[in-house]
Design a protein around this ligand. Sequence first.
Ligand code: IPE
Ligand code: IPE
Ligand code: MG
Length: 234
Amino acid sequence: MSSKLTDTHISQGSLPKHIAIIMDGNGRWAKARGKARMFGHKAGVESVRKTVSAANRLGIQVLTLFAFSSENWRRPQEEVSLLMELFVTVLGREVKRLHKNGVRLQVIGDKSRFSRSLQDKIARAEELTKDNTKLVLNVAANYGGQWDITQSVKKLAHQAARGELDPDSITDGDIAVHLSTAGQPDVDLMIRTSGECRISNFILWQAAYAELYFTDEYWLILMKKACLMPLPGI
Ligand code: IPE
Ligand code: IPE
Ligand code: MG
């Protein structure tokens, strides 16, 4: 998105508050270039950077990016390990820049399955950026929409079992309060790249009323013009 478009054609009032993106097609993008899937994942980081920067500049309140689903563990072990490594590297490399730009980073998903050192890195990044007031960036990692609803309902069930909550009094709001996006506006725009028209267990409850936008372009759409050139650091 060019800054010209940003500055002249988009009025603040018409912007979505919360955009959620299923960043899909990295593997196919790489394959089309005769490269390993990992090449696509690494190149996709540049699209993430540009998207975060555009969302922050536009004044979007919340951006949720689907980085790794609870189902993605079923991928070949090697791809999973390399994706975890990439996650660690990118986190280490980008956090300062996010912080400098006033972005609050939150990793949403079941973090307990990550290595101790990755969990610590995530906790430090969240702590560093927690008071930032510009864009909230949710990185959905080991995330599943069904998991999110289940973990919220479990908390309510425990409260009920302790006699602190009457099951008949439970409202939609009670469930929302325990979701990983508690306190954030619901998703009003969900985007999926690469031509697939599925939600793939992404943010389900929060996207109950979202507009859905599916594009045939791969996640590396932002890199289209540069795709045949060597990419720095890859
Ligand atoms: C999305 O790209 C990124 C992740 C799931 C990590 P894919 O890896 O799903 O790429 P395709 O869909 O196989 O092309
Ligand atoms: C969804 O993409 C998950 C992420 C983008 C992280 P997938 O490519 O894994 O989804 P399916 O399995 O094809 O539905
Ligand atoms: Mg895919």
